[in-house]
Design a protein around this ligand. Structure first.
Ligand SMILES: *Cc1c(COP(=O)(O)O)cnc(C)c1O
Length: 409
């Protein structure tokens, strides 16, 4: 790739004040965050954002979310209360529709049913666009607009396309979404409803990714694919920051996360590390478990074989479209997060994850997506294999709203 590909729309705007750096996740390269960064030009691997100049004194915890008189809600509330950990300039207003600040529900009946000490559900279905993709795309859109991007493109297995459509509408710029024809009809209808141009591809998200890159090269549309720009993952970091604050800065034993591209898993891992370095987090680091569908489980296979990167999964299939990522660019990072935290990875069948989604919705009144159901199926499996016990306190995730998977176009 040429330098022009890496920073396709150079701009001087605001760059002098950006107090963060991009460090390659795989090689030694680092870079200033000018223009519209994509991936490391030397090795093609994702950038990670580092903040060497930021300090987080202990009293900072009580200053979170404090707003000055008349300051807009979006500047300092919900996920933006963690702005000191995010790639924002002082006083800079993010592109926001009110992301984050989602409920952490303590589910006693589910804990009994699963045979675990305690179970909490982080319910991300209440985000704008109906899934936690909003956190990443609000952050990425903020930086992309500041960097001069005029139009956008994304490949999606579903919810990232809705989130892009929503934020492109918010900033009044055109967006193109490439999605597999097999994507749930309601998700496709939502993408269209917010005015994005929807292009259906007879294939999986990898095929959509190729089409998106081709369009990006041809038209200059900025590609917001998972980990092909560094800021979606920074937005997802707020999952970890928010959990830490909701738990009073001492996290439970384990977190089970439905992994597709892995931004949430990698984001939480980085968030907890930043909090630990700052001295804000007490106690042990939670073990991070990834759950995938047995119809598309490249991370589970790599964990089982001890590999340090994922091999592409042939013929991927699952109803949990967020998990339909056969060759995740962040594979090596997910594996590091899992191993460093003594976590693990489990595959569950589609019938199990759908069954858990529907029984949990009825038991708890929460609108579980298939991906959310997968975390319950994984908890049950980890309990019966002895990896989790009746003593353990566990966080499960409902990453998106179940209604998006029901009904037709
Ligand atoms: C995208 C998505 C996932 C997977 O998230 P990654 O960050 O790609 O791992 C899980 N659940 C839902 C509902 C999603 O939309």
């Amino acid at each position: 790739m040429t330098e022009v590909d890496q920073f396709s729309v150079p701009t001087e705007r605001a760059s002098a004040r950006m107090d963060w750096l991009l460090e390659c996740s795989a090689c030694e390269r680092s870079s200033d965050p000018q223009g519209l960064p994509t991936v490391c030009p030397d090795c093609g691997q994702p950038w990670l954002v580092c903040y060497p100049a930021r300090r987080h004194p202990p009293e900072g915890r009580s200053l979170l979310g404090r707003r000055s008189t008349g300051e807009a809600d979006t500047l300092s509330q919900r996920m933006w209360r963690y702005r000191r950990f995010l790639p924002l300039l002082p006083g800079e207003a993010p592109v926001s529709l009110g992301e984050g600040g989602t409920p952490l529900l303590e589910l006693d009946r589910s804990a009994r049913d699963l045979g675990l000490g305690k179970v909490w559900l982080k319910d991300e279905s209440t985000n704008p666009s109906g899934s936690f993709k909003a956190r990443g795309l609000a952050m990425a859109m903020t930086r992309a607009v500041a960097g001069g991007a005029e139009s956008f493109v994304i490949p999606t297995a579903g919810n990232a396309g809705v989130a892009l459509a929503v934020y492109a509408a918010k900033v009044g710029r055109p967006a193109t979404v490439f999605a597999p024809t097999a994507t749930p009809g309601t998700i496709l209808a939502q993408i269209r409803a917010f005015g994005a141009e929807l292009k259906l591809i007879d294939g999986h998200i990898g095929d959509c990714g190729r089409a998106a890159r081709e369009l990006s090269v041809r038209t200059g549309a900025f590609d917001l694919s998972t980990l092909r720009e560094p800021y979606r993952i920074e937005g997802k970091k707020t999952l970890g920051l928010e959990l830490a604050e909701q738990f009073g800065w001492t996290l439970p034993d384990a977190i089970i996360y439905p992994a597709g591209g892995g931004t949430g898993l990698i984001g939480m891992w980085r968030a907890f590390r930043e909090l630990q370095t700052a001295g804000w987090l007490q106690g042990q680091f939670p073990r991070l478990f990834a759950v995938q569908s047995s119809g598309c489980a490249p991370v589970v296979r790599a964990v089982e074989t001890g590999a340090d990167r994922c091999e592409p999964w042939a013929d991927p299939r699952t109803v949990a479209s967020g998990l339909l990522v056969p060759n995740p660019l962040g594979g090596a990072l997910m594996l590091r997060a899992i191993r460093e935290t003594s976590g693990g990875a489990v595959a569950v069948s589609d019938s199990d994850l759908e069954h858990e989604a529907s029984t949990t919705s009825r038991r708890e009144g929460v609108d579980l997506s298939p991906e959310g159901g997968a975390t319950f199926a994984a908890a049950r499996q980890l309990r019966s294999s002895g990896h989790l016990s009746s003593e353990h306190r566990v966080i499960l995730f409902n990453t998106g709203a179940g209604w998006l998977y029901r009904g037709g176009q």
